[in-house]
Design a protein around this ligand. Structure first.
Ligand code: ADP
Ligand code: ZN
Ligand code: ZN
Length: 920
């Protein structure tokens, strides 16, 4: 018997029996019965025996000939399931980009009644054969008994036979379906127009026999057994439609070429075959070797309007040669990298490393050479040359015949970074991110799995790339919030990367100019090593930052223009000098919201408890959480007043304002609204890099990772956006955003400047970001976290009860509350006591020994409405659980998951978020 992680929201693996005809190994995918359905699962470990009183079912089918997940990834997946309290099957589903090899489809399955019917029909056939044997004169003709007299179906006798003959139904036959091939063994017997009842019974038996072996698609069943038979079986309850998951047929790939020079006299060929021959011999196809270029058969057949049968005819005639290249997985092909206008990246391999870089490199490469797991936090200010270190470490891992993985936030995966990797490592690189088409992802995954690509560059989920012999894992911009997945499993890519390195015995490097508090704390107390790059390369200074107090600005000008005189003057000077500027405003849209001056209402989203943002380009009000939108009303929807007022400014409005203020400047905007146009994002970045844009306005999309040497001024229109959010990470996020965007200035030879406009110049996040004083911010923020018992000094989890109906959300919350009351008697909210540090940090740091927090073990905050009380139509009731020990918190949450399962609380109505990045 084996454990299987079934791809369904079940909090633990299930046990199945392996029939002797299968040989299964851990990491293989299988189909298993789950209730009345079929589900996909990943084989885990064999188990000795079942718990008493439960009977294991047989697994149904193997999906892969080989295990798909190597042991390291199995271990990693199980760690994620346990640590993040997520269903193991859902974790593995997320780890595999290969689900297009199976798919959900409507299929007919045989029922118990159907099996009885089949038995009856078979018996009847035997009887008939016996009768025939006894009466040799009537060979081949079955006795014309009426169908199933006395059987419940007899009421259908005498129904018009017009049902017959409508076989070969018009349903779309899905070409890649496994069910497309004729059901094995049975000769297809389409219903002939004059088919008699006898024939119908035969087809019925054949149909039920086939169905007993595997589910069938309706159109296929109709084609082979007749629509009458299929319809009757459904009406009688012998067959039922189910949504099943099934294996896709392997795609046939044939490589075709001319076998040699064409003979003078061609044999007689069908017209299709002739067209194929013409296409192959056409001069557009470069002749290469004797028989010309190999061609993939699909485009060839498409252009020549030919069929596989035509091809086979040509093969028989010796005119073409065909190679079967069908394989498990896609055909090997190099990554096509189009020209993105970035030109050849700087070849850094010839740089002389700076002293700081050299010191860090020597330390890191010693660790790499040790072939043992360890983690180093590479804290290097913006522009200190961290990327060059990553590249050299990767090269070194390759020299040692090991592989390397580098994670970047979604947005840092710009063409520049990709081009840099490809220029250094060529076809050794596979790029994995969610923006790829499924086929491309599939391909990159397989190249890594087969060892054809030894370097994987990708975003969060690339942490699951099937690299073997992994030597190095790099997480760039490790503080970035996009590493946290905001759906089940809610894992943090950075922490999973550390665990992946641990499992593989690899070196893990976390890099950032603004490390997360978690990582820096782990470095401070020795869980991670620390490597520092304190200055920029080539002795370039960090940009100088100046804070503009917008309160003073308003007192002096009474102007509503969101751009201070100081910033305007600076930009004028930039334009005069021909230098480039980045303008940050972390808010997209035109105005934040509409406000009615008569009744004070603002239009809200129908699905979310949030005001709608005005987008002028579409002239609509848009919800930034769910995408809901409505046309802009001319009157207040609540009171019909005409006095509607637009409050606040977003990037769209700033863009307008800038075009007005600087009519000769070339201004572009970069935020999620424009990035949605395919290829636009890359195009704008490329033009900016080439100096074809003077002012680039954007949201945090412009703050991250980019290396634009021409930028010498960064203006922050408002630094205050994120500070007001009721989230304990608000200050940390603001500090990171400001420091990162400041880091875009002065990366070339000319020193850079930064202007930060704010209404809170004395806020420590703004003050310390202006001073680019990370250590100062860390010390200050840690005092706050310690006092409030927030991460990293305590472990934190968030539980949200959510449902479209408020009562149902409340009901789920009650279950949760009851569980906590029982599991933590008298421990509800002991938040007092001097704050000594708990042994926490981030997931990957592990947990050692009991807490040193004295009386504090757990604190449960809630239930209460989440700050965003409704999102996407669901009401949300939130709990926050702080704990001194990560292990104990994990035990508490696993208990909660089992409790909820036992109480039959539907899985989607409770969200468990370990180490939440946002508590909104
Ligand atoms: P970071 O990632 O730390 O912000 P980058 O790795 O982007 O910094 O490096 C900033 C710039 O410095 C890049 O253009 C890079 O090519 C260049 N650079 C890196 N190392 C050196 C070096 N040793 N000497 C000269 N230039 C370097
Ligand atoms: Zn109103
Ligand atoms: Zn909404």
């Amino acid at each position: 018997m084996i454990e299987v992680a079934v791809m369904a929201p079940i909090p633990r693996p299930l046990t199945y029996r392996v029939p002797p005809r299968f040989e299964v190994r851990a990491g293989q995918r299988v189909f298993v019965p789950l209730g009345r359905r079929r589900a996909q699962g990943i084989v885990l470990e064999p188990v000795a025996k079942m718990a008493a009183g439960i009977e294991a079912k047989d697994i149904l089918e193997l999906i892969d000939p080989e295990p798909l997940l190597p042991p390291e990834l199995l271990t990693l997946g199980l760690w994620i399931a346990e640590y993040y309290v997520a269903p193991p099957g859902e974790v593995f589903r997320g780890m595999l980009p290969l689900l297009q090899e199976t798919r959900r489809a409507e299929r007919l399955e045989i029922t118990a009644l159907g099996r009885t019917r089949l038995e009856y029909l078979v018996e009847r056939l035997c009887d008939a054969a016996m009768a025939r044997a006894e009466a040799p004169g009537s060979a081949g003709i079955l006795p014309a008994t009426t169908p199933a007299s006395g059987h419940p179906s007899s009421r259908r006798r005498g129904e018009p036979s017009s049902l017959l003959g409508s076989g070969g139904g018009k349903g779309v036959v899905e070409p890649e379906s496994a069910a497309d091939s004729p059901p094995e063994g049975k000769a297809a017997t389409p219903a002939a127009p004059d088919a008699g009842p006898q024939d119908a019974l035969d087809r019925e038996r054949q149909f039920l026999e086939a169905l007993g072996k595997r589910p069938l698609a309706i159109p296929i069943a109709q084609k082979h057994y007749g629509a009458d038979v299929v319809e009757r079986a459904q009406q009688e309850g012998w067959a039922e439609l189910h949504n099943v998951e099934e294996k896709r047929a392997r795609r046939t790939v044939l490589a075709v070429r001319l076998a040699g020079p064409l003979p003078e006299h061609l044999p007689k060929l069908s017209r299709g075959a002739r067209r194929i021959l013409d296409a192959l011999a056409a001069p557009t196809v470069k002749p290469e070797g004797a028989g010309g270029e190999l061609q993939d058969h699909r485009p060839l057949l498409k252009s020549a309007k030919g069929s596989i049968a035509n091809l086979r005819q040509l093969e028989m005639a010796g005119l073409v040669s065909i190679e079967d290249r069908s394989a498990f997985g896609p055909p090997a092909a190099p990554d096509a990298e189009g020209d993105d206008g970035f030109g050849a990246p700087v070849d850094g391999s010839r740089f002389e490393l700076t002293a700081a870089q050299a010191a860090a490199f020597s330390d890191l490469s010693t660790r790499l050479d040790a072939r043992k797991f360890s983690t180093t936090l590479l804290y290097g200010v913006t522009g200190s040359g961290k990327t060059e270190l990553y590249l050299r470490l990767i090269a070194r891992a390759l020299e040692q015949n090991r592989t390397a993985l580098m994670l970047v936030p979604e947005i840092s995966l710009t063409p520049a970074v990709r081009a840099l990797f490809i220029s250094r490592f060529g076809s050794d690189v596979a790029v994995l991110h969610s923006g790829l088409a499924r086929g491309e992802r599939h391909q990159a995954w397989w190249r890594a799995a087969r060892g054809e690509a030894r370097v994987v560059l990708g975003t969060r989920s690339a942490v699951f790339a099937p690299l073997v012999n992994l030597g190095l894992v790099v997480v760039d911009e490790e503080h970035d919030a996009s590493y946290k997945q905001d759906e089940t499993p809610r894992y943090h890519g950075r922490d999973v990367a550390v665990v992946r390195a641990r499992v593989a015995g690899a070196l893990c490097v976390l890099g950032s100019a603004t490390p997360s508090l978690e990582s820096y704390w782990n470095a401070e107390r020795g869980k991670y090593a620390l490597a520092k790059l304190a200055g920029r390369v080539a002795g370039r200074p960090l940009a100088t930052v100046e804070v503009v107090d917008m309160r003073a600005e308003f007192r002096q000008t009474f102007s509503k223009v969101p751009v201070s005189r100081r910033l305007q003057a600076e930009i004028e000077a930039q334009l005069a000098r021909g230098e480039q500027t980045i303008i940050l405003l972390n808010r997209r849209g035109y105005s934040w919201y509409l406000l009615c001056r008569s009744c004070g209402q603002s239009p809200e989203c129908v699905n979310c408890s949030i005001s709608l943002t005005y987008h002028r380009a579409e002239h609509r009000l848009v919800c930034h959480y769910c995408g809901y939108s409505v046309p802009v009303p001319s009157r207040c929807p609540s009171c019909q007043s005409e006095y509607i007022y637009y409050v606040g400014e977003g990037t769209e409005k700033i863009e307008d304002k800038f075009r007005e203020l600087f009519p000769t400047a070339r201004v572009e905007r970069l935020d999620r609204d424009v990035a949605r146009r395919p290829g636009h994002f890359e195009k704008v970045l490329g033009r900016f890099r080439r100096g074809e844009i003077d002012i680039l306005i954007g949201t945090q999309l412009v703050s991250k990772g980019h290396d634009f040497p021409g930028v010498t001024l960064v203006g922050v229109v408002s630094a205050d956006q994120g500070l007001r959010l009721p989230d304990f990470r608000a200050a940390e996020r603001t500090f990171q955003l400001l420091t990162q965007v400041a880091g875009r200035s002065g990366r070339g030879t000319v020193p850079g400047r930064v202007l930060v406009q704010t209404f809170y110049p004395e806020h420590y996040a703004i003050r310390l970001a202006a001073g680019q004083n990370y250590e100062g911010f860390f010390a200050k923020e840690m005092r706050f976290r310690r006092m409030m018992r927030y991460p990293p000094v305590a472990a934190l989890a968030r539980i949200v009860a959510q449902h479209a109906k408020l009562e149902r959300a409340v009901e789920a919350a009650r279950h949760i509350e009851r569980y906590f009351k029982r599991a933590l008697p008298g421990d509800g909210d002991q938040e007092s006591g001097a704050g000594e540090e708990a042994d926490t940090g981030s997931a990957a740091a592990g947990d050692h020994g009991p807490s040193r927090l004295g009386p504090f073990r757990f604190a449960v905050l809630g239930p209460g409405p989440a700050p965003l009380a409704r999102i996407q139509g669901r009401h949300r009731i939130q709990f926050l659980i702080k704990a001194a020990s990560r292990t104990e918190l994990n035990r508490l949450l696993s208990g909660l998951a089992l409790h909820l399962e036992a109480e039959r609380v539907p899985p989607p109505s409770v969200l468990i978020d370990m180490d939440p990045v946002s508590v909104m």
